[in-house]
Design a protein around this ligand. Structure first.
Ligand SMILES: CCCCCCCC/C=C\CCCCCCCC(=O)N[C@@H](CO)[C@H](O)/C=C/CCCCCCCCCCCCC
Ligand SMILES: O=c1ccn([C@@H]2O[C@H](COP(=O)(O)OP(=O)(O)O[C@H]3OC[C@@H](O)[C@H](O)[C@H]3O)[C@@H](O)[C@H]2O)c(=O)[nH]1
Length: 453
């Protein structure tokens, strides 16, 4: 041992410490997940402190087989005061027809449709929802992506997590039970590697905000310059959380994880999404270039096994195999906590899904480093270090990144007048009437379209 160069012992000691730290992260995630997730809040509204109104922004782009069902869950929530602000950028988007059908079906729900988006920055999601944000009338703002499904009490759970010190409550990303290996892979990813980081980050107060379902204090966002202030970033979620906490407000996850339920579920598009997210993280938090590969089970296990062999003369193969087995069991435990019920797949499928995730993780990360162009739906972007984004011209799009589902054919929805009006502009608004709470009593529908230029 003594003839080996000294720096090698330094590296070995570093990897052993990092390995130990990673196991602490496992432990924190399991304990915190057990404590926090699926807990029913006992804070009930009283007459002196009724539940606040919530303006819910729904950015939509295209239609998938589950979209109608997912959107419908927003019309049937058990929450007394909310408005739904559906936002669609493209006037030919088939989502418009779907939303209009839902507005007809639920005339009692306070809901509007904004078509045309805005141009307040580079981020297409922010551009899409900005008209809805400008029209939002309640003190609380929820941003909820198109693939999210709500339980009856999800909004209540989020609002009850918003204490006096909090300005941001977000749902930890997870998935609905769906059929097929791609769905298993998604559940394994979100319920293991992602939950581990997300839960420990929340427990330790580290910003890990993924903005697919979040509740915000509107006054705080207004104070920060409005949503337009985040239009220059692609990862608006991370920067919203950063600025909100810099003002002294707290953020935390809600008790219920987010139920992603997109009807398009395939390995290629999911991997493309993970690569896109990794590119965002690398640009925003460059230390992840080292941290992420190092915190992968197979990579860290190999490094720790060599280090243990060097420092303590332990058998590296035995060390490596025990490390993988313990990691696997700990991931199963965490996934069971997040799922909080029976698993939609057999244990054997978990084994396959887990190994697939572990083997593909480092590859996807390298892929993200290799090609910095970011393909998101119909557009391609690049990021400056720090996270500010710029859009690339269309012909600059690498073909290998086009792993997304195309928009479905345009519907024959728009009437001659509205089509002409929409073509002439700008923003079209379809308004359904007032009233909140699901379907209480009959009501005349006063539906009208407004043209806001
Ligand atoms: C000693 C152990 C150190 C562990 C280091 C862990 C390194 C990170 C490994 C995996 C990252 C998984 C990230 C999961 C969720 C991120 C999803 C995402 O990318 N969302 C983006 C798009 O919506 C969003 O803009 C990004 C938000 C957060 C980015 C945060 C990056 C920093 C991650 C470092 C967290 C360390 C937590 C350590 C806890 C002790
Ligand atoms: O061009 C676009 C792309 C996306 N969107 C909307 O933005 C939402 C999220 O889009 P996707 O589902 O494609 O993307 P992700 O689930 O990966 O989003 C995630 O990563 C990027 C962050 O900015 C988001 O806040 C986060 O939810 C959807 O509701 C989608 O309709 C647009 O309105 N316009």
């Amino acid at each position: 041992m003594s003839h080996l160069p000294l720096p090698l012992y330094g590296f070995a000691a570093f990897f052993m410490i990092f390995w130990f730290g990673t196991w602490c992260v496992h432990l924190i995630a399991i304990c915190y997940g057990k404590y926090k997730l699926h807990k029913k809040s006992c804070k009930l509204p009283t007459e002196s402190s009724p539940l606040p109104g919530v303006s819910i922004l729904k950015p939509l782009m295209g239609v998938d087989p589950n979209l109608q069902h997912n959107l419908e869950t927003f019309f049937t929530m058990d929450y007394p005061l909310y408005e739904l602000l559906f936002c669609v950028e493209d006037k030919h988007d088939p989502a418009i027809k779907l939303v209009e059908q839902l507005l007809d079906k639920y005339p009692l729900i306070d809901a509007q449709l904004f078509v045309g988006g805005s141009d307040v920055g580079v981020n297409p999601k922010i551009n899409n929802i900005h008209p809805g944000y400008m029209a939002a009338k309640y003190d609380f703002l929820m941003i909820s992506d198109s693939g999210i499904k709500m339980k009856n009490d999800t909004l209540l759970d989020m609002v009850q997590n918003m204490s006096e010190q909090h300005a941001l409550v977000h749902q930890m990303p997870f998935t609905c039970d769906r059929d097929g290996f791609a769905a298993t892979f998604e559940k394994v990813f979100f319920g293991t590697v992602q939950s581990r980081i997300y839960l420990s980050a929340d427990a330790l107060g580290i910003n890990c905000h993924t903005g697919m379902s979040c509740l915000l204090r509107k006054a705080v966002i207004d104070q920060l310059g409005g949503l337009r202030a985040f239009g220059c970033y692609l990862a608006e979620d991370f920067f919203i959380a950063k600025r909100v906490t810099e003002l002294g407000w707290k953020m935390r996850i809600s008790n219920q994880p987010a139920l992603q339920n997109s009807g398009l579920c395939d390995i290629g598009s999911f991997q493309a999404r993970l690569i896109r997210w990794a590119k965002l993280r690398v640009a925003m938090v460059p230390t992840t270039i080292l941290l992420e590969p190092l915190s992968e089970c197979l990579v860290l296990g190999a490094l720790a096994a060599c280090s243990a062999s060097l420092l303590f003369a332990w058998d590296p193969l035995v060390f490596y195999l025990v490390h993988i087995l313990c990691w696997f069991l700990s991931d199963w435990l965490l996934l069971s906590i997040v799922q909080h019920g029976s698993m939609p797949f057999h244990k054997f499928e978990f084994v396959i899904g887990w190994f697939f995730r572990e083997l593909s993780g480092p590859y996807l990360f390298l892929h993200a480093l290799w090609n910095p162009a970011i393909r998101w739906r119909t557009r391609t972007f690049k990021l400056h270090w720090g996270g500010v984004a710029y859009e690339l011209p269309l012909n600059n799009t690498p073909a290998s990144e086009s792993l997304i589902a195309p928009l479905q054919p345009a519907p024959t929805l728009l009437t001659a007048t509205t089509a002409a009006a929409a073509a002439a502009t700008t923003t079209t608004t379809t308004t359904s009437t007032t009233g909140a709470g699901a379907g209480t009593g009959p009501l005349p529908t006063a539906k009208h379209r407004l043209l806001v230029s």
